[in-house]
Design a protein around this ligand. Structure first.
Ligand code: AHR
Length: 564
């Protein structure tokens, strides 16, 4: 590993406690924001909106080792499984209370016929699929629905708008959602059961899947057909013009949005959709924003081999997510808000070049370090700060791909530092996001001004890296008398001594968890699954109704605060 980051001394929770107490005694914590100190003020009277639990959603597709091996091991496997689904995957998804799972893609969805994955497994077709793999179709719609049931999450399906017809799309909806069996004769619905509902029952699921979330295609500007916004707007009209509706709730349709910060796409799409009479079904605009690593040795950078400059640059460019959200939400508002359409950031994460794959067949798998945990914290905090604009977000992808929470290969399994951030942030979900003022000296991005291509299948050109990274960032939310504060200290070598106050009220008590490690390159692997894991903060110091805390270098912290 060629790194200019020195191994720093132990800075995890236990060792911080002594420094913490000493600093508090010296009064350092009360200092205004200097290089080593900061203040955080939470404003309970300034609510931003409810943090949708769906911001913590997930994504899997037939790509490398995501579905085959990561999720699906088969009923006859020696690897512990529930109906063929890897048990460790189910348990981890339950542990982070995954609310929604997106499938089948991603680019895979753009050439996937949902009918191929139905019926007797041995008779399913073997097809050439998007990512250069042969698709056996062993894992199909019913297996995906079983996965969602095992996890206890909602499904989010994407229809193939590039290569299938509008008829295939509405029959996909019908197959999933048509009611089961014979309906009572007094019902206004037809007396005979729906033919596709009967087919679904014959394939093992009598009851409807009741899928609410539907992606009308994926990345129409790229693998979804290299379309212009105007062309895609026409497709969106056709595919959404008549969709079977069951029950009272409207389907939640998600239109293909920009690649990164391509606002031109969003403006032109919404201009074209303005006259669309079916726009009432448009619930969300999909946004894909990946952060690629700086190319120290390879395009896209390396997940493990990075220097201090690349470290700060990645986190700075990850913070561009804030601009992406405000730009695109703003663009939607230019067209009257289109019936309160919100953003669905259904692909996000750090996407590095090749180098740390789990094996040759594990395309786009990569290791995940403390740096990625910090990016996760920064990103989730941005979503909270824009709880009024973001309705859902899906990390790409849950297992064995890009910014994963889990890594699995055959009988080996471990969780990444990002998994721990998702778990630590659970108390924010469903709470009310509060405006919070962080005062900390910003960090100069050493690679500012260098144009780094947007990660993934970018067609949107390059993004200029920002000049500075917030020296301390985070978000706060309130639920009754409990406030959750999450804080990311991105300095790789500097603890930040901080005073936390809540305007108009006093802090009675607090507890906390911290994720920090000896080195920002630290990560978990199959041999060392617990190198990075959170630790409780004992004690959390309260003084005169204020919280005094030292945030360790390169750490993610959550504080659960009880108000007086
Ligand atoms: O997540 C990997 C790929 O990135 C997805 O399939 C595609 O939508 C995006 O380009």
């Amino acid at each position: 590993m060629t790194s200019s980051l020195t191994r720093r001394s132990l800075l995890v929770a236990a060792s911080m406690t002594a420094a913490h107490v000493a600093a508090s005694r010296s009064g350092l914590a009360q200092a205004a924001a200097g290089p080593d100190s900061a203040t955080i003020e939470i404003l309970p009277s300034e609510s931003i909106g409810t943090i949708a639990p769906e911001i913590y959603s997930h994504f899997i597709e037939q790509l490398g080792g995501v579905v085959y091996d990561g999720v699906w091991v088969g009923e006859k496997s020696k690897i512990p499984n529930e109906n063929g689904i890897r048990l460790d995957f189910i348990k981890a998804m339950r542990a982070v209370q995954a609310p929604v799972l997106r499938w089948p893609g991603g680019c895979f969805a753009d050439s996937y016929d949902w009918r191929d994955g139905l019926g007797v497994p041995d008779k399913r077709p073997n097809r050439a699929a998007f990512w250069g793999q042969q698709e056996s179709n062993r894992y199909g719609l019913h297996e995906f629905m079983a996965t969602c049931r095992s996890i206890g999450c909602k499904p989010y399906l994407a229809g193939d708008v590039r290569s299938l017809s509008a008829k295939d799309f509405y029959q996909f909806v019908e197959y999933c959602n048509a009611p089961a069996g014979m309906l009572p004769s007094h019902s206004s619905a037809p007396a005979a059961p729906d033919t596709l509902a009967l087919e679904r029952a014959a394939n093992g699921d009598r009851e409807p899947f009741n899928v609410d979330f539907w992606g009308v295609g994926n990345e129409a500007w790229g693998c979804g057909g290299n379309q212009t916004p105007e062309e895609y707007a026409g497709e969106f009209r056709r595919y959404s013009a008549w969709l079977p509706k069951y029950g009272a709730d409207a389907l939640k349709l998600i239109a293909v949005g920009p690649n990164g910060d391509d606002v031109d796409w969003t403006r032109r799409l919404f201009k074209s959709l303005a006259a669309n009479p079916e726009k009432r079904n448009l619930w969300g605009l999909s946004v894909h924003y990946y952060t690629s690593g700086s190319p120290l040795h390879f395009p896209g950078g390396d997940a493990l081999d990075f220097d201090t400059k690349s470290y700060y640059d990645l986190l700075t460019r990850g913070s561009i997510m804030e601009r992406v959200i405000t730009d695109h939400y703003g663009a939607i508002q230019e067209f009257g808000g289109q019936n309160k359409v919100k953003l669905v950031v259904d692909e996000w994460g750090a996407w590095y070049g090749k180098g740390t794959q789990l094996g040759p067949d594990y395309n786009l798998s990569q290791q995940s370090t403390m740096r990625d945990a910090l990016l996760s914290g920064i990103t989730l905090d941005i979503f909270h700060r824009h709880a009024d604009k973001v309705a859902m977000a899906n990390v790409a992808q849950s297992i064995n791909c890009i910014h994963s929470l889990m890594l699995a290969r055959e009988d080996k399994f471990c969780v990444t530092p990002t998994f721990h951030v998702f778990q630590m942030y659970l108390p924010h979900r469903g709470a009310t996001s509060l405006r919070t003022v962080f005062q900390a000296q910003p960090i100069e991005n050493p690679l500012a001004g260098s144009a780094i291509p947007v990660g993934g299948n970018s067609t949107a050109g390059a993004l200029q890296a920002e000049r500075t990274l917030a020296g301390l960032s985070g978000s706060a939310s309130i639920n009754g008398k409990s406030v959750t504060l999450s804080v990311v200290n991105p300095h790789h070598d500097r603890p930040i001594n901080t005073e936390v106050t809540i305007r108009g009220t006093q802090i009675a008590s607090a507890s906390g968890m911290v994720l920090a490690s000896h080195d920002v390159h630290d990560h978990n692997d199959f041999e060392h699954p617990e190198t990075v894991r959170p630790a409780p903060i004992v004690p959390v110091r309260i003084s005169n109704g204020r919280l005094i805390h030292i945030f360790p270098p390169a750490s993610v912290t959550t504080l659960l605060i009880e108000l007086a």
